[in-house]
Design a protein around this ligand. Structure first.
Ligand code: ATP
Ligand code: MG
Length: 272
């Protein structure tokens, strides 16, 4: 199995705090690889190390066989790394199509404007945003914003797509649509690495799961393997929301979880 993404002994310290501790993993072509774990486990920090937003304190990262450990984000992007953020970050004053075009232009060196438009149109179509192309971004609902974030990443023509909690705040029906979208992306051969607290989404999407706790790997394997691991149950899955925690949760997250007869919004160990 050749790997598209290979992390070897990645660590990241912020002063005295070790946010990511000696993490190693490989993702294969067309694989959907999930990163889960409690709040503060180091998931976003690990994704930031992969995208190049942060430089590791120690360790090595290879993308498609190239050592990218010290490579800036824009060059990783041109090699084939696309990213959608935990917090959606569009340019609100621009239309949907303009936002995606920015992704297309950013993604490749010397891409002609007609080719950038072609890539943007393709990404709009794949994410179902075609009919909203001339809408200002500020008019989009949450699901449409998430689609936009994925469209912007797809327009860079990635071979690896990084997603940080794209299902957060979605209603169960919307989460199912987002799951279908991610599956479609994978079916085109793109490797997907995603962080997710919504466990049914992890179950439905992930080929393999990395469980992090306190910056380090706690377990790795299929969804069935990691969710039956007593250490994972203790550190993450067994955490019950008490009333004080539920009070801090967003109204969106609550409405998802309380939707009757549908567990697509069930979250694990979420105390943010
Ligand atoms: N830039 C930073 N400077 C200092 N500490 C940081 C920084 N970024 C993250 N941390 C700390 O590193 C740890 C891991 O944070 P990280 O955001 O990676 O967790 P996470 O697993 O993504 O959590 P969540 O599920 O809440 O998104 C936390 O203790 C956090 O406070
Ligand atoms: Mg995070």
């Amino acid at each position: 199995m050749s790997s598209v993404l290979r992390a070897t002994g990645l660590s990241k310290s912020f002063g005295g705090l070790v946010a990511v501790k000696d993490v190693s993993f490989e993702a294969a072509p067309g694989e959907i690889f999930a990163i889960i774990g409690p709040n503060g486990a180091g998931k976003t920090t690990l994704l930031n190390l992969i995208s190049g937003l942060l430089t590791p304190t120690t360790g090595r990262l290879e993308l498609l066989g190239t050592d990218v450990t010290a490579m800036p984000t824009y060059r990783r992007c041109r090699l084939g790394l696309g990213r959608a953020f935990q917090v959606v970050q569009p340019f609100p004053e621009m239309t949907v199509a303009e936002n995606v075009l920015v992704g297309a232009q950013f993604g490749s060196e010397g891409v002609s404007s007609s080719e950038a438009r072609r890539r943007a149109d393709q990404a709009l179509e794949r994410t179902g945003l075609d009919r909203l192309r001339d809408q200002p971004v500020e008019d989009l609902n949450l699901l449409q914003e998430k689609r936009l974030e994925i469209a912007r990443a797809l327009a860079t023509q990635p071979k690896v797509l990084l997603l940080d909690e794209v299902m957060a705040g979605l209603r169960p029906g919307e989460a199912r649509q987002a799951v279908e979208l991610v599956r479609g992306v994978r079916d085109e051969g793109i490797t997907v690495v995603f962080i997710e607290h919504v466990m049914p989404v992890v179950r439905d999407l992930a080929d393999r799961v990395l469980v992090m706790d306190h910056g380090a790997e706690l377990a790795r394997g299929t969804y069935a393997e990691v969710t039956s691991d007593p250490r994972v149950v203790e550190a993450y899955l067994g955490v019950e929301d008490d009333d004080s925690r539920a009070g801090e949760e967003s109204a969106d997250a609550r409405s998802v979880r309380e939707a009757p007869g549908d567990d697509a919004g069930a979250t694990a160990g979420r105390d943010a």
